[in-house]
Ligand binder design. Sequence first.
Ligand code: SF4
Length: 232
Amino acid sequence: MMPPKHEHRIRPLRTVPAGHLLVHEIYRSIQGESTFAGLPCTFVRTTACHLRCVWCDTPHAFGQGEPMSLDTILQRVRTLGGPLVEITGGEPLLQPLVCPLMARLADEGYTVLLETSGALDISPVDRRVHIIMDLKCPGSGEVAANRWENISLLKDGHDEVKFVILDRADFDWAVDVVRSYRLHERVAVLFSPAFGQLDPAELAGWILDSGLPVRLQLQLHKYIWSPDARGV
Ligand code: SF4
């Protein structure tokens, strides 16, 4: 449920024609995150997000976009080639049409990833889709947005949970969540340092000390290209 004071954040979606998605960009790059990191991947980035994480690296996707039909998006993805596609944002699940888009991509044989904040219901997502759910730590400023009911909907051995860690307090919070829900026994768990704000070596040390089998995740694309580069 979105607080009424945040309704203006999804205003760009209100004028999208029926049967269309508001898309910020479609491009091909190296997947920088998740257990698929390093693989060539086509990204479909949708417009708009109702959250405002303090370290958000895609604020350009909050408002700018082009309405596109599913057929047009599918054609663009086919043209770019490759078997791996990620739907990301913004927050893709703000636009219900992403669900039939993902189903059609899976029907065509693509391996489909969905990056979502986890603040919206993931139950309508096709079960073939690999959900990468970003649980919001306190340092993001959006911890209250976490939709905890989503955890029971994650598919064991298939979906992934990501934590962006800003500081030691975030790390301790994330460890508590992982242990409480025994996430590490169900799905891949990714701990990612907030880029430029937490030294990856420090996070690596904390992970080793914790004894938890979680995966240190660096955002590969930010090391390959400029941290501010778009469309990579
Ligand atoms: S959920 Fe994602 S797109 Fe939305 S503000 Fe947070 S990091 Fe940015």
